[in-house]
Design a protein around this ligand. Structure first.
Ligand code: GCU
Length: 419
């Protein structure tokens, strides 16, 4: 007993972590009122696209200061080096490269490695860019693809218990990324290991790209989700330089915590022409005020390094948030955005994810678009595709070939790609 008390004294978060009981009962979702995405703080209405530009700045600012933290502008230098290249990858249909991007600033350097598959094509290809959870080698059987030496989460399937990736993981996530289908349909895939941008533990923001900036941290400073999103923009900087890539058609996608990062990347960097959230949940597509499944308090206590310190102010106090996640989706307008859920992934609140899309509609409508094309959450495995796409897939948390298949369909619809 004494040792338990001592533990709780040292790690009070354990107390909360143990006590948290998620609500999975729709009838217990509290009454809540969402901020109007088309009303300024002083109550005035947004009536025109010029008004929206101002409101967009106000909204973005709130997400920066209250939720994700303010990311620094990039003023460093990027060096690139191709570390492996194969002309006849994916059954001869694709070019595969792994490229080292060195981000250099004020004498500091962070290296990230991007794995790229591009269809062999005479025209520039649209690309899906996303972070991966366990290293580039998990997408490929080929020894040429490097095993990351960055910290990884302990996981028997993908690595070892000492936070290192290993050969064990090689090729294990290949299906999830549907590389072959992408290539067959004329799309490229670009991915990198998220831990190279910022290792996913509470290290006082000393590692990863945070280390490039020696700023005094305050409660609005950028957290890990923002660092991952910032890294996606650096890869975008690189993709834009490739003559095989159509820089106007780069979709940013991500699963779960990396879906949160993809959404934030899409919000701050409008070069991403399409944004895809796969099971991103709390702090991603799900409405915080619903308090269904994971909540703001719970996420901040268990992952204190993910968000701005200021986000803690809204633990068990969601109604005080000046924004909710439907406004994050609205920041993508008029660009196409896809939100996907898994029906058994109640922790991520599939309905709350759908509603975020739906409640962003007024902003899409201002652009003469429809946004989410239906008013009710569709049945399981019945994707809908308007300017906003949505599906709730059967099964739980994960990014599956089924999900990727829908994203390619969505991109076909918006980008009319026919190889
Ligand atoms: C945890 C976390 C989620 C997150 C997920 C993931 O479940 O609570 O917010 O999305 O991890 O990234 O897999």
């Amino acid at each position: 007993m004494r040792s338990i008390c001592l533990l709780l004294l040292i790690f009070p978060s354990l107390l909360f972590a143990q006590e948290f009981i998620p609500n999975y009962d729709e009838s217990k979702v509290p009454d809540y009122q969402l901020p109007d995405p088309l009303a300024f703080e002083n109550g005035e209405k947004v009536n025109s696209l010029a008004d929206w530009e101002k409101k967009r700045v106000e909204t973005l600012r709130y997400f920066e200061t209250e939720v994700y933290g303010i990311s620094p502008a990039w003023d460093g230098e990027m060096k690139t080096e191709i570390i492996s290249e194969k002309q006849n990858a994916v059954g001869g249909k694709a070019i595969r490269k792994e490229v080292k991007l060195s981000l250099i600033r004020q004498g500091k350097q962070v290296d990230i490695y991007v794995l790229i598959y591009l269809p062999k094509s005479s025209s520039r290809s649209p690309v899906f860019l996303g972070l991966n959870f366990y290293g580039n080698h998990t997408l490929s059987e080929h020894q040429a693809i490097r095993v990351t030496d960055a910290w990884i989460r302990n996981n028997e399937t993908y690595g070892s218990s000492d936070n290192r990736a290993s050969e064990k993981g090689r090729g294990k996530r290949r299906e999830n990324w549907a590389v072959e289908e992408a290539i067959n349909r004329g799309y490229g895939i670009a991915t990198l290991y998220y831990g190279e941008l910022d290792p996913d533990f509470d290290d006082g923001f000393e590692n990863g790209v945070h280390a490039l900036y020696q700023e005094e941290r305050n409660e609005n400073s950028w957290g890990a989700v923002a660092a991952w999103a910032w890294g996606l923009s650096r890869v975008m900087d690189y993709l834009e330089t490739l003559r095989e890539v159509d820089g106007e058609k780069v979709a940013v996608l991500g699963h779960s915590r990396l879906g949160k990062a993809a959404l934030w990347a899409g919000a701050i960097d409008t070069r991403f022409a399409m944004v895809i959230s796969n099971n991103s949940g709390c702090g991603g597509a799900a409405l915080s005020r619903r308090r269904y499944g994971e909540t703001v308090g719970r996420i901040n206590r268990v992952f204190p390094h993910w968000f701005a310190g200021k986000f803690d102010h809204y633990n068990e106090n969601e109604d005080a948030l000046p924004v909710d996640q439907h406004q994050l989706i609205a920041l993508m307008a008029p660009r196409p955005v896809y939100i996907a859920s898994g029906v058994d992934d109640r922790w991520a609140d599939p309905k709350g994810e759908f509603l975020s899309g739906l409640y962003s509609n007024p902003v899409y409508q201002l652009f003469g678009k429809t946004g989410m094309p239906v008013n009710e959450q569709p049945d399981v495995d019945q994707p809908v595709m308007g300017d906003i796409g949505y599906h709730v897939r059967s099964g739980g948390h994960g990014m599956l070939p089924y999900d990727m298949h829908q994203y390619f369909n969505f991109a076909d619809k918006h980008w009319k790609v026919h190889p």
